[in-house]
Design a protein around this ligand. Structure first.
Ligand code: PLP
Length: 370
């Protein structure tokens, strides 16, 4: 199998694999129980939180475990939470993940105004427009991606936070695809909220993180117990949390330059197959593991199935929306029509990707376009 869909989910990282094999079966007690077995597991969670906070560059008291980035984002983008922070509108962008867009739809129905930040055809946000929106709408929440999951475009989150804070706006960053792909520290970014997901870096599915700079003001989405200092109730997902810490420990930034080289070489060779082919957001600053390619009008879904028959896994849009025939909303938000979006394919590489795999993929594509 050739797995080129790391932005959908990553295989378990090496420490997570050993943990599942050697240790997980003994860690079944409830970490909130008062007897020794529970207390021990609770101390694992607290240590894991410390280690992850250290890696992310933030105080551990501002980091909360959730069931995934969708929950973290939904917590921030809820009516009660926005009210708790005295916010009356949201500034966001059409290229966001559905975890954000679907919450914005509800917020719009609940009376909040959603202001859409413009972007160009390369997927770059218009920060002059952001200045205008923040100036005209102080007390807004700015909610934007760090790295776009489909194009890999990296947004300048430092600049975004500076612009927003100058006008009294708060900032939430969807940091899911930046973790392990971009070196950053939350302390440097100075955002008010940032969301992460465990399974994108090789942890178990069903665990996420929310950083909140003012946790006492956060209105919990899930209530019913005192876990996570009341910010997120529910029995602890100990295996998920511990796997998150282990996966963070396995992040190796040294592989990124190799991934970039492979990705760039792949794109160069791909463009040589057919003069109508293109690379979406090619001119932008991109995460080194993502390649979103335009297949010259050919149906990308048909190519995806063909690649799948050859044991090669890629994507035509975000995993959450696959199964629906809608072409990628991100590619359409770049200003392209649905036919163009239907002809776009995403490959995303990760720790185990090799040039040989990309060569095999190129050979299959060459065969298709002979
Ligand atoms: N945000 C981005 C950019 C994503 O890529 C994803 C996953 O597809 C999510 C949010 C949702 O993350 P989770 O699967 O942890 O709910």
């Amino acid at each position: 199998m050739i797995y080129l869909d790391y932005n959908a989910t990553a295989p378990y990282s090496s420490s997570v694999k050993s943990f599942l094999r050697d240790e997980a079966e003994n860690l079944w007690a409830n970490p909130s129980s008062e007897y020794e077995a529970g207390v021990q597991l609770d101390s694992i969670i607290q240590q894991d939180r410390e280690i992850i906070a250290d890696f992310l560059g933030c105080p551990s008291g501002r980091l909360f475990f959730t069931s995934g980035a969708t929950e973290s984002i939904s917590t921030v983008l809820s009516e009660s939470n926005l009210k708790s922070f005295g916010l009356n509108s949201v500034i966001s962008n059409k290229m966001e993940h559905y975890a954000t867009l679907d919450n914005l739809k509800i917020l719009g129905m609940q009376g909040f105004t959603i202001h859409w930040l413009e972007n160009n055809e390369h997927g770059e946000l218009d920060l002059e427009h952001l200045k205008v929106l923040c100036t005209e709408n102080p007390n807004s929440l700015v909610s934007l991606l760090y790295v776009n999951n489909e194009t890999g475009v990296i947004n300048d989150v430092h600049e975004i936070v500076q612009i927003a804070h100058e006008q009294n706006c708060l900032v939430h960053i969807d940091g899911v695809q930046a973790l392990g792909k971009v070196r950053f520290s939350i302390e440097d970014i100075e955002c008010d909220f940032i969301s992460f997901s465990g399974h994108k870096i090789g942890a178990l599915k069903g665990v996420g993180l929310l950083f909140a700079d003012e946790p006492k003001k956060v209105f919990p989405l899930i209530r019913g117990g005192g876990q996570e200092y009341g910010l997120r109730a529910g029995t602890y997902n100990l295996l998920g949390i511990h796997s998150f810490k282990l996966a963070v420990g396995d992040i190796d930034f040294n592989i990124l330059s190799e991934l970039r080289m492979m990705r760039d070489r792949f794109e160069e060779r791909l463009l040589g197959i057919n003069s109508k082919f293109g690379v979406n957001a090619e001119k932008s600053k991109r995460a080194p593991n993502v390649s979103n390619v335009y297949l010259g009008g050919c149906d990308a879904r048909a190519i995806l199935y063909q690649l799948s028959r050859e044991g090669i896994m890629v994507s035509t849009g975000s995993a959450c929306s696959s199964g629906t025939p809608e072409p990628s909303h991100v590619i359409q938000a770049l200003g392209f029509d649905t036919d163009y979006a239907k002809s776009s394919l995403r490959l995303s590489l990760g720790a185990l990707s090799t040039w040989k795999e990309l060569q095999t993929t190129l050979a299959v594509l060459r065969g298709q376009f002979k």
